[in-house]
Ligand binder design. Structure first.
Ligand SMILES: [Zn+2]
Ligand SMILES: [Zn+2]
Length: 343
């Protein structure tokens, strides 16, 4: 049964305190302030990092808070001082929700490393609502051929894997391994394949082999039944290993599978230490590097690349009112692969 929303109010899925479930409440539609736009949200991805809000794991969050940093929608109002963005334009907001423009990193033009960054859905209310206000430095333009529900996950999982691969040296013809065929990995396999790399997907168990091949992997390695690092060396060694599954032990086991100068690009979040000997890195001058999402212009690169090549996230959609179910589905690890709320 559809519930009518009075003019001037909107539906919001908020977390009222750490550990609480999602509350569906009505709020007044916000007005954009100077340098901001209001977005009529069409879709918002549900990301594992939303647990920072749900469980209060990020310092300084003010509650109630509306999570959501995989936002796709249409600008429906612009605030004072905004000239580069227009009403009716399709835009997305990802993790990078703004910067201070004054710190040493911003002055170097390195906004991703801003010392006082703002995160959408953490520093201010995100996309689990019908309307959202965002600063213009958080906006990424969405190409016409991408649906809103497809664009959402590209603004976080997409740009994370796309940036890690391109900055890790996944150039045409190189051997690239993607550890984990899940929310991040299924995009990593597609991007690397479309970059013209020979892609090896690494998973635990054989069940994802068919899917990995369908997504563009030339080879599938079951790390539960074989030594994946040895298998990679038989293929010549990987120039890039994109480590997406948040398991430090599985990541460390792959280091010996790197080619000389190869990089283990770490994007799966774990707080456990990773075991590696200096010798493993010295021989062949191999390295381990972290990679953190990207700026809105990186998100535009990601979406434009997806537009050109047909890379798409695999998604399951839920209506906003079922934010609790959607979040539980994401946390279960059983979703194929990204969960997206639609408004
Ligand atoms: Zn995310
Ligand atoms: Zn800054």
């Amino acid at each position: 049964m559809a519930t009518a929303v009075a003019i001037g109010t909107m539906k919001v899925a908020q977390i009222s305190k750490p550990g609480a479930g999602f509350q569906i409440v009505e709020r007044e539609i916000p007005e954009p302030a100077f340098g901001q736009v209001r977005i009529k949200v069409q879709a918002c991805g549900v990301c594992h990092s939303d647990m920072f809000v749900k469980d209060g794991l990020w310092p300084g969050i003010e509650y109630p808070r509306v999570p959501g940093h995989e936002v796709a929608g249409i600008i429906d109002e612009i605030g004072p001082g905004v000239s580069a963005w227009k009403k009716g334009q399709r835009v997305g907001v990802g993790w990078h929700g703004g910067q201070d423009n004054t710190c040493v990193e911003c002055r170097r033009g390195r906004f991703l490393y801003c010392r006082s960054p703002r995160v959408a859905g953490i520093s201010y209310d995100g996309g689990y609502q019908q309307y959202m206000v965002a600063p213009i430095e958080a906006l990424a333009s969405i190409p016409d051929t991408l649906s809103d529900a497809e664009a959402g996950p590209l603004l976080c999982a997409g740009v994370t894997t796309f940036n890690a691969l391109r900055h890790g040296g996944a150039s045409p013809g190189t051997l690239v391994a993607v550890q984990g065929v899940g929310g991040l990995g299924h995009l990593g396999v597609q991007f690397a394949s479309k970059f013209g790399c020979k892609v090896v997907a690494i998973g635990r168990g054989a069940e994802n082999a068919t899917l990995a091949n369908k997504l563009g992997a030339a080879i599938y390695i079951d790390s539960a039944s074989t030594n994946a690092a040895q298998e990679l060396q038989k293929l010549g060694g990987a120039q890039v290993i994109l480590a997406t599954a948040p398991n430090s032990k599985s990541m460390a086991e792959l280091i010996d599978g790197l080619a000389p100068t190869g990089k283990l690009m770490v994007v799966g979040i774990s707080t456990d230490p990773m075991a590696v000997t200096p010798l493993q890195l010295i021989i062949g001058e191999r390295s381990i590097r972290g990679s953190a999402v990207g700026t809105p212009s990186d998100s535009e690169d990601t979406m434009n690349f997806a537009n050109l090549t047909g890379v798409r996230p695999m998604i399951e959609t839920y209506p906003l009112e079922q934010a609790d179910e959607a979040y539980a589905r994401m946390m279960s690890g059983k979703a194929q692969f990204r969960v997206v709320l639609t408004m």
